[in-house]
Structures are given as C-alpha cells and as structure tokens.
Design a protein around this ligand. Structure first.
Ligand code: ADP
Ligand code: ZN
Length: 724
C-alpha cells in the first residue's frame, strides 16, 4: 500500500506532499483523513493522509519510498467534506493547504502527545454479581449497598467512604473496575418554555422552511429584540425532527452563559459549545463529542464553522456584520464564505441574521443574491428606546459627562434601575504629552502613542504590548508638565465614582476580563443587580439581555468615527444601534443618550432614529463615489520588512508587477500602512479594487511564490479585508 501524505513542516509557507509506503502491519489502520508520523530527512514529522494510491497508479520513485512510522489517529479527523473544504479555503485565501487543515482542528489534538491535554479518564466500579464475600465490614457493606442502588459509581465517591475497602473488594473480585472517558463541560441547565411564535416570526420561519433542502442564503434583518433567536431555534428544532444537525455562530463575546442556558434550556444538554474562553481540554472534548456525532447542535465562535458534523440541516450566523467572523491571521478566511461552501455541500440553507447587516450583505439581498427577510418590530410591539443626542461642542467642552447624562444617571440610581455606559477605548488616557514642549510618548517599536493605565501606573502600547513606567518629568525638556489627554474607560470609572460615590460600578474591558471566567462572572453579577452601572468598551454592546437596564449612555460616539477606514461610519452606526438595543428590554421603557462632537453626522443621526435604510442609502452613495465595496471587491496587500529601504523598494516592485498584470483593476499605493511600523516591522500597503479580474488569483499566487524563500521581506494578502 502506498499513500500520499501532506507533511507538516515547521515553516508553514509551503505545502509538501510525498508518497510513503505503508508497512503491512499498519495497513488496516490507514484511512484517508487521518494523521501519520513519517520520516522526513533526519526528522520525524506529522502529516495528513490525503490519498490511498490505486495499485496501477504511478508512484514517485518506488525504490526509494520510505515507510510510515506510526498511525496517529484511531478515527478519521478530516472527513471527505472537510478535506475538500480545506482545499477550497486554500484556493480562496491563497494560504497553504496545511495551514487550512490545521486551523480546522482543535489545538489540543495537535498537542496531545506533547502536553498533558488528553482524554480525561475516570474509573468506575460496579458489583460483580457472581462473587460473594462475607462477612462484610462496615464500610465495605456501605459500598456494596451504594452499588446495589446506583449500579455504577465513580471511584472518588467510593474512596470518600473508604479507599482501603475499595481496594480490598477489588482484590477479592467483588467489584468490577471500568475506565470511562469523561467530558469536561458537564453543567446542566433547567429546561425553558417555548414561546408561541408571533405571526411575523411564523412568516419568516415558513419562508425558510420552504427552501429547507436548498443552499439558499437568507438575510434576516431584524431589529434588536425582534425575536431572531426564537426563529433560529424553531428552524433548528424542525431540523432535529428530520435528524438534521445545525451550526450556530455567534460573536465570541456574546457566547455567554445567558446564551448557552437559552439553547440548552430548549434543546437539552446535547449541544456542543466552542469558544476561545474554554480551556484546551474542554475544547478538545467538545470537538470529540461532535466528531463522534454525539451532539446535533454546535454553537460557537468563528472556528466552530469547521465543526465535523454530518448531515447539516442549517447554518446560522448571528450578528453577521461582526468583524470577528473574519480571521485576521493566516489563513484569512471568512466564516461566512466557509458556511456558504458547507451549505452547498449539504444542500441546506444559510441564515445570516443582524439588526445592522453589512452594506455588502444588504446590497446582495436587494439584488436577490440573498433572500431578504425583515422583522422591523420588537416582540410585543415594544418600542425601540428613545435616543437623544448631546452636542459636546455646546454643552461643556472637554468634560466627560454632560449635565443631561449626569441627571439621567442620577434618576436611575434613585429608582434602582440599571445603567450601561459605553466608551470604546480602554485605559486611562489615550496619550500623554508635555504641556511645555509638546513631546508625545510613543512606542519605541510602533508608530503609535502609548496609552496610560492608571491602575498599574504604566504606559502601554496596544499594538505590541510594550510597557514602561509613567514619568513625572518630560524625557525631552525635563519639565514637570506631563499631561494626560484623551479619555479611556479607566478614567471614566474614576470620574463616575467621584460623582456618584454610592454607585456600584462595574468596568468591563480587555484589562478587567483577561482572567478565565472573569467575563462570565461580571455578566452574572450585573444580571443579579450586584452593580448599578456597567461601564465598558464594545464588548458590552453585543447580545446581552438585561431586563433592568433603562438607560444607555455613550460617552463619546466619535472614537470609532475618527478611525481612518472606509468602514468607520458603518462601524459607528452598528455600534450605536447595538448598544442602544441594550436599553428597555424588560417591562420598563428604555432611553439612550449619545454624547458626540459630530451631532450632524449621518451615522449618528440614523442611529438616533433607528433608521437602517436611510443609513444604507447615504452610505451607499459614498461607497459608490469612492469605488468601495459593495461596488468593488478589495484585496489588501502588505509588504513587510524590518529593513525600511527594502520594504520600500519591494513594495514598488510589487506595485509595478500588479499594474502590468491586472488590467481590469484599480490600484492604490504602495503607501505607508495606517500604522506604518508595528513591532519594528515597516509596512507598506497596496489596495486592489476590482469587479471582475480573471487573473487575480494566479497573479497573486505568483507573488507569493516569489517571496516564499525571502527571509527579509514578507508579503501578506487579505481578500475582502475588514480593516484597511
Ligand atoms: P433578537 O435575537 O432579535 O435580539 P430575541 O430572540 O432575543 O431577539 O428576543 C427578544 C426577547 O423576546 C427575548 O427575551 C425573547 O425571549 C422574547 N421573545 C422572542 N420571541 C417571543 C415570542 N414569540 N413570544 C414572546 N416572547 C418572545
Ligand atoms: Zn508597540
């Protein structure tokens, strides 16, 4: 037997496939889609079996063929569909096939041998009916009695009675020992009732069910609180009746206990949950439950799209506009694109849901590429919260809180209702400069100002992690005139506490949620009303459902407007709409206050009136004028080097090459990337804009080839980038 193996080289820039002979003793273990250990030069490397060669097929240099050393997996880890999906992903992103296969599998699978993360095995005991031992001593009798009732009991419980008695009973053959694998995530959830669907929800469900055996892509555009999640669950339930499985993607940050409880409460505990806050071991277990087809529903963040489910009946992507559905490192895949492939394979619908779809998705829906489903009202005709805009230019200049906002917060505190405050910037001050000479503290490795974090008295770079102590004197002019400018959540928290000493304030941002479980604990605590005010960055804007929140305040809507990116208006509109949706979800009416220096901006005006269509129309005009998506597709190409001259020269060459080979595209650059230097690497950028460009993939592949062995210059290609 000869097999074709894709070898895992340490350098993942290249794909290497080789033929290997299979020793007779291993032949019955070999399957396509398992990993094997192979000799490679003087090394032993892992690889994926891609093919078992037919007897008459040509084999590379049969004489010199080396033998496989070992078979790693007992079960297939990449089935036929996933093998094909990896190839597709590699074609779409131009990443290597090996990197695509690796991203599809949990890390623990890879590390199983090296680390201790493996299967968790527990020992159980049951009675051996054939044996009798008498007389039994006290604890022995207790153990036997327990086993008579419960049949099978875990070792730790019997040891608690008497571990020496357990040993004695085993020795005399009275107990049968059994090893059994344990899954780590085992929490049980109470069942939840199912609501009768509203007519609007019923219509939407009916439209989807009509095409349940077609790979149609639906765009479910429904305002916050319109009952989208109930619609998803109905479709999933219908699938279960037909023995179909489902994948639900939700943004990483909204995959909370709240959400898990809602799904498990409805469908029982046979749901796999996948997100990055799980430990490696937990992820590994969840993945194996899926691979063994022990669950029918998978809920997870981006990479759950690769869940090895069979017989998929629907894929749902909630909050489809979320940027985290696009992987930012290689392979730079979009979970939505992957979902489309899988839906084609399984001939099942894809549902993209959002209150604020991306312009691309909405434009596709309007053109009929997607089927548009709208839910314009909240459940029970509950009104969307009233939004008031406060012009920071007029009220009080540079103060953090305007008087109306202070007033509203005070009212809520008195009425014991809860408040959410958003500022999409963490830290204390976003930059520190000298009042005397104008010196600004910057990262030595990156072209970015350092953020001051007061709790640690440190200045930090949010790009590379560089940190340095806060200085009293200006490093340049030696004056004691260092001034902290630009607010972050840490500073807002401090000021807020001064204004409302009695208020219980909870701050939630990257700095306060880095420990495992912290995020979850905070949400639960706020839910239980252990706090009055939840203050945080964008991570508090998504998905959360707190019934007692009646006021949402945005400290500065301009943080995302000022980002130099063609999507900055879209981000702002999405963020404001989303956070506004956190208000008034219970019985009491909700209210929203947005503080801004740009009160007339259409992104802010449209968020005020909850008017997606109007935002869409205005933003489309601008995109059209400037040749941006959805009118054009984009590819971003970065040329990276720690040598400035080299980066510059090579980016010129790349630019010339593209210009002469892509006839139907517009080319921007090369120019310095938004943040030019990160971690001492210089970054030049080119943007390709195209509608149709036959040669694109082959031209870009050639570029990649050219730089593969170049150690000083790297090239980085991103199709449909979210950020440029
Ligand atoms: P969305 O996902 O669109 O934000 P949800 O599905 O979370 O909306 O629904 C918002 C709220 O309305 C939730 O508290 C949910 O339990 C409730 N809800 C949803 N559908 C119904 C229904 N048909 N009848 C009563 N309540 C419902
Ligand atoms: Zn830095």
């Amino acid at each position: 037997m000869t097999v074709e193996v894709l070898v895992e080289l340490a350098n993942r820039n290249v794909d290497k496939t080789f033929d290997y002979a299979v020793p007779f003793s291993l032949e019955n273990k070999i399957q396509v889609g398992i990993r094997v250990l192979v000799p490679f030069g003087s090394q032993k490397l892992e690889g994926f079996v891609l093919k078992i060669k037919e007897a008459n097929e040509e084999v590379y240099d049969e004489e010199k063929l080396k033998e496989i050393i070992e078979v790693i997996d007992e079960e297939v880890i990449l089935n036929e569909e996933l093998l094909m999906l990896g190839k597709k992903m590699s074609e779409m992103t131009l990443a290597t096939l090996i990197s695509c296969y690796q991203i599809m599998l949990p890390k623990a699978l890879k590390a199983e041998k090296k680390t201790q993360i493996g299967k968790k095995i527990d020992t159980y005991y049951s009675l051996n009916e054939k044996e009798e031992l008498s007389p039994l001593k006290g604890p022995q009798q207790q153990i036997v009695d327990l086993l008579k009732i419960e049949k099978k009991v875990i070792k730790s419980r019997l040891d608690a009675i008497s571990s020496s008695s357990v040993k004695t009973l085993v020795k005399h053959g009275l107990l049968i020992e059994e090893k059994q694998e344990q899954y780590r995530l085992k929490k049980e959830y109470p069942p939840l009732p199912k609501y009768p669907l509203t007519p609007l929800q019923q219509n939407v469900v009916a439209a989807i069910e009509k095409k349940k055996d077609e790979p149609t892509c639906f765009l479910l555009h429904g305002v916050t609180g319109s009952g989208k999640t109930e619609v998803y669950m109905e479709i999933i339930e219908d699938g279960l009746k037909r023995d179909k499985t489902s994948i639900v993607l939700v943004p990483e940050i909204s995959l909370t206990e709240q959400m898990v409880a809602r799904f498990k409460g409805r469908f029982g505990n046979d749901i796999a949950i996948l997100h990055s806050r799980l430990s490696q071991g937990e992820k590994y277990d969840e993945w194996r439950r899926i691979a063994r087809q022990e669950v029918k529903i998978v809920i997870g963040a981006r990479s759950a799209i690769f869940a090895p489910l069979k017989n998929i009946g629907v894929i749902i992507i909630d909050e489809e506009h979320t940027t985290s559905y696009k992987q930012e490192s290689t392979p730079k895949y979009s979970a939505i694109d992957i979902a489309k492939e899988r839906c084609q394979y399984h001939r099942c619908p894809l549902i993209l849901g959002s209150a604020t779809p991306t312009l691309e998705s909405y434009a596709r829906a309007k053109k009929g590429v997607y089927e548009l489903l709208e839910m314009k009202e909240r459940i029970n005709q509950k009104p969307l919260p009233k939004v008031t805009i406060i012009d920071l230019n007029e009220t009080n200049g540079f103060q953090t809180f305007s008087n109306p906002l202070l007033q509203k917060i005070r009212e809520r505190l008195e009425k014991k209702e809860q408040v959410i405050l958003l500022l999409n910037r963490r830290g204390y001050a976003s930059f520190v400069s000298c009042r005397h000479c104008g010196y600004v503290e910057k990262c030595p490795n990156c072209d970015i100002t350092l953020t001051y974090h007061k709790s640690s008295q440190m200045l930090r770079c949010h790009y590379c992690g560089y940190a340095t102590n806060k200085k009293e004197k200006c490093p340049k002019c030696q004056e004691e005139a260092m001034n902290q400018l630009g607010i972050g959540t840490e500073k807002v928290e401090e000021e807020l506490q001064k204004k409302f000493p009695e208020a219980r304030i909870l701050r939630m941002d990257l700095d306060t949620t880095s420990r495992k479980g912290a995020h979850e604990k905070m949400i639960t605590a706020f839910q239980n009303q252990e706090y009055d005010i939840l203050l945080g960055t964008q991570m508090i804007a998504k998905g959360l459902d707190f019934k007692e929140v009646t006021l949402v305040g945005v400290i500065q809507a301009d943080t995302s407007l000022n980002i130099p990116d063609f999507r900055s208006s879209e981000y702002t509109f999405q963020l404001l709409s989303q956070v506004a949706g956190r208000s008034g979800r219970g019985e009491k009416e909700g209210e929203v206050l947005i503080q801004t220096y740009n009160p007339e901006h259409y992104a802010i005006q449209c968020a005020k009136t909850h008017d997606y269509s109007s935002f869409y129309e205005q933003e489309m005009k601008i995109r059209h004028e400037l040749d941006y998506p959805p009118y054009y597709y984009l590819v971003s190409i970065k040329i990276l080097s720690s040598d400035y001259e080299m980066a510059k020269t090579e980016s010129k060459k790349v630019g010339d090459y593209l210009k002469s080979h892509l006839e139907n595209s517009l080319l921007l650059g090369p120019s310095m990337a938004g943040v030019f230097r990160v971690n001492n690497v210089y970054r030049f950028q080119l943007i390709i804009k195209y509608k149709k460009e036959e040669n694109l993939h082959s031209v870009l592949s050639t570029l990649i080839e050219h730089y593969i062995s170049n150690r000083q210059v790297k090239i980085d290609i991103d199709f449909n980038p979210f950020h440029i």
